[in-house]
Design a protein around this ligand. Structure first.
Ligand code: ADP
Ligand code: ADP
Length: 229
């Protein structure tokens, strides 16, 4: 389960300026579809519509065949894990930040999530371990460490659907590669929508959709898109 489907979705923040002009695509269960395109193309708008921060003007968005127009935002948050570009951590401990949204998780589960996100050794090296305060008043984490916390949180939550919105674009290229590896592991077997501005970061996607000014201008796998230039 976890099929995501956009059907002829049209959307505008302001009526006189259409942002999505009839966008249709499907992310089959367990597959990865990437939406790429220039800044301002409407990529992030797709993820905001999926969480119902906004409603389409026309068309439908379906999850497992159900129109999300009738689904509570809380249910969508439970079903969809999100790793954003810049993770803002809560002003609390690193453990709180990993457990966020799944408070009933055992310590063993938290540690396993941290291990899969490859932040377990970093945490083990801190004098206060999982009880280390982070955020504005706590230990300042690097961009890559923050993304690993977000990834650990998502692993722990275990949602069937994943949205990665420019999740590595704020990182240097070395860190980007490491975080990309962690993201590849999390997305395996989950229905994943990747939003990216560069084709090179979505090589493994089952389908790549190129969005330009609210219109899908190309689609195919990485090799096919490269061949077409
Ligand atoms: P992308 O993710 O491809 O860079 P976005 O989906 O963020 O593009 O934005 C698409 C267009 O919508 C941009 O021109 C942006 O300026 C505009 N936009 C985004 N959010 C808002 C908003 N809240 N109100 C008005 N315009 C917006
Ligand atoms: P966006 O970046 O568009 O605001 P979300 O709010 O859906 O995306 O999620 C961003 C991150 O914050 C995710 O890791 C998510 O698990 C977490 N999160 C979920 N609910 C909340 C909330 N009520 N307040 C703050 N962060 C939340």
């Amino acid at each position: 389960s976890g099929v995501v489907r956009f059907e002829e979705v049209r959307f505008a923040y302001n009526p006189d300026r259409p942002i999505l002009k009839g966008v249709s695509f499907e992310v089959p269960a367990g597959r990865t579809v990437a939406v790429v395109g220039p800044s301002g193309a409407g990529k992030s708008t797709i993820s905001r519509l999926l969480f119902r921060f906004y409603e389409p003007q026309s068309g439908r968005i379906l999850i497992d065949g159900q129109d999300i127009a009738g689904v509570q935002q809380d249910s969508l948050r439970a079903a969809i894990g999100m790793v954003p570009q810049d993770t803002v951590l809560f002003n609390d401990t690193i453990g709180y930040n990993i457990r966020y949204g799944r408070w009933e998780a055992s310590e063993a589960e938290v540690r396993e999530a941290a291990r899969l996100a490859q932040i377990d050794r970093f945490i083990a090296g801190l004098p206060e371990g999982y009880d280390t305060p982070v955020g504005e008043r706590g230990l300042k984490l690097s961009g890559g460490e923050k993304q690993r916390v977000a990834i650990a949180r998502t692993i722990l939550k275990g949602p069937p659907i994943l949205v990665l919105d420019e999740a590595t674009s704020a990182l240097d290229s070395f860190t980007e590669r490491e975080i990309q590896d962690a993201l590849d592991r999390v997305s395996r077997g989950r229905t994943t929508l990747v939003i990216a501005h560069r084709l090179s970061t979505v090589v493994g996607a089952d389908e790549i959709i190129v969005l330009d000014r609210g219109v899908i201008v190309e689609r195919g796998d990485h090799a096919a898109l490269l061949a077409r230039g």
